[in-house]
Design a protein around this ligand. Structure first.
Ligand code: F6R
Length: 608
């Protein structure tokens, strides 16, 4: 139950457990629709026996509505086997049809039940063939018959000392304990018990007992070189630690996420060293185009990267939503570097995009927050963000960490390619190192006005978010946050687009949030954004503005202001996004919504 609690952010529309112990005839199962707490109540009502092995699941429905019967685990027809599954089994209907023809009946609308019934059948065939149960072989045999994406775990009451798993295009990590072993969708499931973990490769199966871990491919060949790693964060990092919500805690970890992502990335002489990036400087020098692939918040971090890297390195950077990427036949060469940005490292759309890029001969570098996850594992190189575990479904601290990693990559490129003077790079690095304090300033001084704005806007039915240059992705991100957690219709767009259509949406009292660049440096940009504010104001908009401390023009036109401390324009997304994260959280909290687990969403989108 502790493990499930830590994984609940990945899906929370139903949950269930299955247990086995010596002497038990059938598997013991409890499952319930809704949050984990419903399952806990069910177990209190109908306690479970002691057990030696168990599997548990929290679900994000892909196939069959959230309900008690559709919740996992699902059982084999004879009740000996229980199975849980993540992903989508694409040939489930065909398999079901065949099983039905043999007399099998189904109670749920899930593809998972098909796998459970199929596994039960295979397991019994093996018993007939060999005279004894062999769940490991049965799971492998079944895995070879499934198409689509799956992580499957199963237990069998006839072998109450093992848990068997298999994965294809869906995550599974092994936790190596003392006298106990674990399997989890990510390390959060078991980090309270062990920090020693092992990656499981694509199309591999695993059998754990309390003392052993055996890994094979789907044909049964043993794999002995699985990569082991130590989880670099503590179980307490995945606890609320006194904060009202994970989102609140994680927004307040923005400064640390930035500082920690910068840590250990510089030589004594100030040069950038990206040790874990296993791409040689020669290859870096040969790169003539970068394509960032990502989804949602991570794609907005990619958009910030485009502005910074193009400016510093003078090579074209495209940013593409990962799910669109491979379907448009992108131009990829060995001189293209594809940068896949992902907090979870498991987003299926992003994973598919990077596979496509590698197939076409391009190199892929992952910017990722999760050790041992699929995206860094399948990339040529990785630059880890050190934001620590992000539990709230809405991404906050991971965004600032992704932006910092992208800056580091851009500056490293500039260093290797010689497109900037060393002094210039060192100057930006110095400014970057000053950003955590500036973010802290926003957290310390702006939270009251942000909350006031949220209270005032509580009944607003829609919002427009405007920004230009790096303020544009920040506007998109601010709009996404509000959609996700406060369920408000928002539209984020480039401020220059205003007159090309969206201004028609502005009516008396319409809230418009504007990111205003500093008047220093890029003055023309500043003036143009100010003109945009005037234009919406003239049409009755209520303007909430994110601007540099003491900007006199802003004072004149804004109804409410979230101030940022002065900082270079290219680095400003790191501070500008912070009040917008808080604003979305405050709106959701005031509306009484669960900010950590917004409806319909899940943290890792492991299906396409
Ligand atoms: C928004 C959010 C999503 C993710 C997106 C990509 O708050 O969390 O938009 O950013 O699903 O997820 P990762 O970064 O895990 O690939």
């Amino acid at each position: 139950m502790q493990g499930l609690k830590r994984l609940e952010y990945r899906g929370y529309d139903s949950a269930g457990v299955a247990l086995a112990a010596p002497g038990m005839d059938k598997i013991a199962v409890r499952k319930k629709a809704g949050r984990l707490v419903n399952l806990e109540k069910e177990i209190q009502r109908s306690p479970l026996p002691d057990a030696t092995v168990a599997i548990g699941h929290t679900r994000w429905a892909t196939n069959g509505e959230p309900s008690d019967v559709n919740a996992h685990p699902h059982m084999s027809a004879d009740g000996h086997i229980a199975l849980i599954h993540n992903g989508i089994i694409e040939n489930a209907n065909t398999l079901k049809f065949d099983l039905q023809a043999e007399g099998y009946t189904f109670v749920s609308g899930t593809d998972t039940e098909v796998a459970a019934k199929l596994l039960g059948k295979i397991a019994n065939t093996i018993i007939t063939e060999t005279g004894h149960p062999d769940l490991f072989t049965a799971v492998r045999r079944m895995a070879r018959m499934l198409s689509g994406a799956f992580t499957i775990l199963a237990v069998d009451s006839r072998q109450p000392d093992i848990v068997v798993g298999a994965r294809h295009d869906s995550p599974l990590v092994v936790g190596l304990g003392k006298g106990e072993n674990f399997l989890g969708s990510d390390v959060a499931a078991f980090v309270a018990y062990t920090k020693d973990a092992m990656e499981l490769g694509q199309d591999q199966a695993v059998c754990i007992t309390n003392r052993s871990v055996t890994v094979t491919d789907f044909t049964g060949h043993e794999i002995t070189d699985s990569h082991r790693f130590t989880v670099d964060w503590d179980a307490s990092a995945a606890e609320k630690g006194g904060w009202p919500s994970f989102m609140d805690k994680e927004i307040h970890e923005d400064p640390a996420a930035v500082a920690d992502t910068l840590l250990g990335r510089f030589a004594e002489n100030g040069d950038i060293v990206l040790d874990e990036v296993r791409i040689s400087p020669e290859v870096f020098r040969s790169i003539d185009k970068i394509i960032v692939v990502a989804c949602g918040t991570a794609s907005y971090a990619g958009m910030v990267a485009k502005y910074a890297i193009e400016h510093w390195v003078r090579i074209p950077v495209e940013v593409e939503l990962a799910h669109e990427f491979r379907y448009r036949d992108p131009i990829l060469t060995p001189r293209t570097l594809v940068v896949a940005i992902s907090q979870s490292g498991e987003t299926m759309d992003t994973l598919m995009a990077l596979r496509h890029a590698r197939e076409q001969g391009s190199r892929v570098l992952a910017i990722c927050n999760t050790q041992g996850s699929s995206i860094p594992r399948e990339s040529d190189a990785v630059l880890y963000t050190h934001a620590g575990p992000e539990i709230a479904v809405a991404s906050t601290k991971a965004f600032v960490a992704q932006v910092v990693a992208a800056y580091l990559l851009g500056l490293y490129f500039a260093q290797v390619k010689g497109t900037m003077f060393r002094d210039e790079i060192h100057q930006i690095v110095k400014q970057l190192k000053a950003m955590p304090k500036k973010i802290q300033w926003v957290l310390d001084t702006q939270s009251e006005v942000v909350e006031k704005a949220a209270k005032r806007m509580l009944n607003a039915r829609s919002f427009l978010f405007l920004g230009r240059h790096v303020g544009y992705p920040v506007a998109m991100e601010g709009a996404l946050k509000l959609k996700e957690v406060a369920y408000t219709f928002t539209e984020g767009f480039a401020a220059g687009e205003l007159k090309h259509g969206p201004i028609a949406l502005v009516d008396e009292g319409e809230p418009v949030v504007v990111i205003v660049p500093s008047a220093r440096g890029r003055n023309t940009l500043h003036n143009k954004v100010i003109s945009g504010i005037e234009e919406v104001k003239a049409r009755g908009a209520f303007t909430i503005v994110v601007a540099e401390e003491g900007d006199p023009d802003v004072e004149r036109y804004a109804d409410m202001v979230f101030w940022r401390p002065a900082c270079p324009t290219l680095l400003s997304p790191l501070v500008d996004v912070v009040p917008l994260q808080m604003f979305a959280m405050d709106m959701a909290t005031l509306k009484g919504y669960d900010v950590d687990k917004p409806r319909n969403l899940a943290k890792s989108v492991t299906v396409e």
